[in-house]
Design a protein around this ligand. Structure first.
Ligand code: ATP
Ligand code: MG
Length: 666
């Protein structure tokens, strides 16, 4: 593509971000404003202008998928030559390998799971307790390494950060020390070490540094708000004396502080790179309808809500649904997916998002039941997850110890102490137990542990080949959804305890991160957004009553506000009418399946209103359009039955309405 063509479909701020000559450059902008687009365009445009050679570009992204996406986009933009795109870890690993190959030495083996070394250091814990302890300590070590904190400094740094730790900081520091010692003794590196080891190699080996800096002269980083200090150090080591760095990010989407990331590195970018750095801001949202932008931003604290405009055309307001139970939620969403699926809305344009991995189980089951292809992203298939394996192992052991006992009793044992368990483990125990009850319902009281395992494998099998299928509904956590987008998004499990997650309560920083996380989730939707929660959720053998997420109120307020706004021009019944409409929407009056028709009706009305130079509400109000969309009248008589349509409106608009309905109904 010619250079100027690469700028034609960009707005002025985006164009400035692409052509800005001064580096280091930070592009700071909200979700959906085209940051990733600006980043790829910048590479392509600078390439086309001869300012850079794509072979010398390194683009760092957050996941492998994002890296692949970036390469794809660059190829479509006609970037010749190979841009290297990958995660910090992947690039560091490749460089370290290269260094060893060049030196004729062998690369240390990578320790894929910390558990192997941590287990023996944890004293006499056993079974599930041990698994939990390992997870907790491993997270602490990862946090420390992300912030470049060595075991010696761990205690003082924890105090400085006012971090709550799962055990006393002194105890963790000792385990951390022991872990490092063991690792060194065995000649291993863990994943976090890759970053530090590569940084150190660049800092201490001038030959290696020179060759890498020659190879990668132009550095780009997406999602910079989630960069850690360790990664920043690596970035600096890559740069050396150079300054050719462009980063993009959104502080409102910082969701990895718990793992040691520091959004301050983005917001204080100028301080990091002295005054020569430039900051460009974008403020137009291109991804979502104005209704979705508004609902998503309502989650953020008011003071921090940057100004955003939406480039999209009017759509339907997000819908909030309260389901009777978690199973009803999963099945309801499976039905909605079935209904929404069509030639213009393939499976892959829809996603179901949830807060914790364990929540995927009921969705996997519900989608498999009705034959919807799906793919569980970012997590091993349910049965392969270590937490789930631990739970199943426990069941197996119980069955071996008491072969005569009924499966139902084993299940009761498993969940009886569920309340004393950590949140993460409880989620997994609950998920397995819920499937256990389903199995019992199918099998009757004769069920056995072996039978249950077979049932599990069979009923969750949809996930196994899910990864191979291109056209599949995505199931993923809010965290994993960052940077991605879909036409239709279901954000689920919006209940206290999950959103915000229970272990964040009482911790202001963690609570703020929970809000941003929900913002990330809601801002993934382009046209249709459904938010849901379940009034009860299975918790082991008990069913617990749930209350809706406190964050839902602001979203509903934003939806309500939108409805109010149209009520004032739309309907003399004003606020009361708006609330009624909201209630109707709340109850799911407008099923996902009816929304394309509703959108078409809104477009028809808008065009007509423009042509006649009258406000849209003069033609028909939203409530009537919704009624038309949900009842799909096929005759004048049927139209007349709708409360918003009398003989005059029928005569004026009846034929046109029937035509729009006809086009959308088989
Ligand atoms: P996030 O913060 O969620 O990662 P982002 O800022 O990186 O979002 P992009 O993914 O680059 O946003 O863009 C969002 C969507 O808007 C994409 O589908 C993109 O192609 C589209 N888009 C961006 N800029 C424009 C534009 N000027 N004209 C039309 N579409 C655009
Ligand atoms: Mg992006």
């Amino acid at each position: 593509m010619r250079a100027e063509e690469l700028l034609t479909d960009l707005d002025p701020s985006q164009r400035a971000a692409v052509t800005e000559p001064v580096v280091p450059l930070a592009i700071l902008a909200p979700a959906g404003s085209g940051k990733t687009r600006a980043l790829t365009r910048r590479i392509a445009w600078q390439g086309a202008m001869g300012h850079l050679d794509p072979n010398h570009v390194l683009a760092v992204t957050f996941t492998r998928k994002a890296a692949g996406e970036l390469r794809g986009r660059l190829a479509r933009l006609g970037v010749r030559g190979a841009v290297t795109a990958g995660t910090f870890h992947a690039v560091a690993l490749a460089q370290l390998r290269r260094r060893h190959t060049d030196a004729g030495t062998s690369m240390p083996a990578i320790l894929d799971r910390k558990a192997r070394l941590l287990g023996p250091l944890l004293g006499n814990a056993r079974g599930a307790e041990l698994a939990i302890a390992i997870n907790e300590i491993a997270s602490e070590i990862e946090w420390a390494k992300a912030r470049r904190i060595l075991p010696d400094a761990y205690v003082s740094q924890v105090q400085r950060a006012q971090r709550e730790t799962p055990r006393s900081p002194g105890e963790i520091a000792t385990i951390y020390q022991g872990y490092e010692r063991e690792k060194k003794r065995k000649g291993l590196l863990d994943f976090d070490d890759l970053i530090a080891a590569c940084t150190e190699a660049l800092e201490t080996d001038p030959g290696f540094a020179a060759s890498q800096r020659w190879r990668f002269r132009h550095l780009f980083v997406d999602e910079f708000q989630d960069v850690t200090r360790a990664q920043l150090a690596l970035l600096r080591a890559w740069l050396g004396d150079g300054t050719d760095l462009c980063v993009v990010g959104d502080p409102d989407q910082a969701i990895y502080a718990f793992a040691g990331a520091d959004a301050g590195l983005l917001t204080q970018f100028k301080d990091q790179f002295r005054e020569e750095a430039t900051v460009v801001r974008l403020d137009m949202n291109y991804r979502s309808t104005p209704e979705i932008v508004k609902a998503a931003r309502a989650v953020l604290p008011e003071a921090e809500r940057a100004h955003v405009r939406s480039a999209g055309t009017e759509g339907s307001p997000p819908v909030v649904i309260a389901y009777e139970s978690d199973t009803a939620e999963a099945r309801g969403i499976a039905d909605a997916l079935l209904a929404a699926h069509g030639p213009r809305r393939p499976w892959s344009s829809m996603a179901v998002l949830y807060r914790v991995n364990a929540q995927s189980a009921p969705f996997e089951e519900a989608l498999r039941r009705v034959g919807i292809p799906y793919r569980v992203r970012g997590a091993a298939a349910f049965l392969d997850r270590p937490e789930v394996k631990a739970v199943i192992d426990e069941l197996r052991k119980g069955a071996k110890a008491a072969p005569g006992r009924a499966f139902a009793e084993h299940l009761t044992d498993l969940v009886s102490d569920a309340n004393e368990l950590s949140e993460d483990r409880r989620e997994h125990v609950d998920a397995v137990a819920a499937l256990g009850r389903e199995y019992l319902a199918a099998e009757g009281s004769t069920g056995s542990v072996t039978g249950f395992l077979e049932y599990l494998r069979a009923s969750l099998r949809g996930g196994d080949d899910g990864g191979l299928q291109d056209d599949a509904v995505d199931l993923l956590t809010f965290h994993r959804a960052k940077g991605l987008e879909w036409d239709t998004v279901f954000v689920t499990g919006l209940e206290r305890g999950l959103v915000p997650i229970s272990h964040a309560s009482g911790k202001p920083d963690a609570m703020a991160e929970e809000r941003r996380l929900l913002y990330v989730a809601l801002s993934r939707a382009e046209r249709y957004l459904q938010l849901s929660w379940a009034k009860e959720r299975a918790r082991g053998t008990r069913v617990s009553q749930r209350t809706k997420s406190p964050y839902l109120a602001s979203v509903e307020g934003a939806i309500d506000g939108a409805e109010m706004a149209d009520a004032t021009v739309d309907n003399v019944r004003g606020a009361a009418g708006a609330r009624q409409r909201l209630a109707a929407v709340d109850a799911g009056e407008l099923a996902i399946a009816d929304r394309p028709l509703y959108d078409a009706l809104v477009t028809w009305r808008r065009d007509l209103a423009r042509a006649a130079a009258v406000p849209a509400y003069v033609i028909l109000d939203n409530k009537t359009l919704r009624k038309v969309a949900s009842t799909r009248p096929r005759s004048s008589a049927a139209l007349l039955e709708l409360s918003g349509i009398g003989p005059v409106k029928l005569e004026r608009y009846g034929a046109a309405l029937l035509e729009v309905v006809g086009q959308h109904t088989g």
